[in-house]
Design a protein around this ligand. Sequence first.
Ligand SMILES: N[C@@H](CCC(=O)N[C@@H](CS)C(=O)NCC(=O)O)C(=O)O
Length: 212
Amino acid sequence: MILYDYCRSSAAYRVRIALNLKTFSYQHQSVNLLKSSHTDDEHAQRNSQKLVPVLSDQGVEISQSMAICEYLDEAYPDTHPLVTGSPVERAKIRAFAQAIACEIHPVNNLRVLKYLVSELNADEAQKLAWYQHWVNTTFTALEAQLAAKEQTSTFCFGEQPTLADVCLIPQVFNAKRFNVDMSAYPLISQIDEACQQLKAFSDAHPAVQPDA
Ligand SMILES: N[C@@H](CCC(=O)N[C@@H](CS)C(=O)NCC(=O)O)C(=O)O
């Protein structure tokens, strides 16, 4: 497998965690977002959306991190399933993961932040306020969901990391990068700490990627 990624891409970070949980080795191919390499023709051939990540498996290229994670689960169901349990439990895991992937990430993506500054004349303070607002909106809801659970657990859903943790941890990394006050989210912070103890997560951290 080849993963076209960038160290600080949180969508690629999800896929790195998923691949590590499934104990797959893969080749990294850096697509440097800061040098706009994702807009080159070469990357556009792989993903016409000009975004990372893209996973190449057996010569087939797949984009969209959530689709990649689902693909990995469906194609390789025997190693660490990312969505587990009854239909209701699976729906809960997906809902948690999608709250991050569909509600926070799209409005805080690099191109959105660039647009705010270059087209709408937002200054750095306004850009930061925007970023923090959308993280806080969804993290408040997710923290409440975790607090309302009947049984406490090490990870978002139970004693094994699932797709919910795969999405949460990269978003926590970004929240810290943008100075979100994480003291408001003690349960999310505990889960982050538990995940960081696992090699699958620590090996996926942006700071230890070949292109860091
Ligand atoms: N929904 C997509 C989002 C992919 C995405 O937006 N990736 C970001 C990095 S995290 C990117 O390539 N950004 C480039 C840009 O915003 O110009 C996914 O989950 O894969």
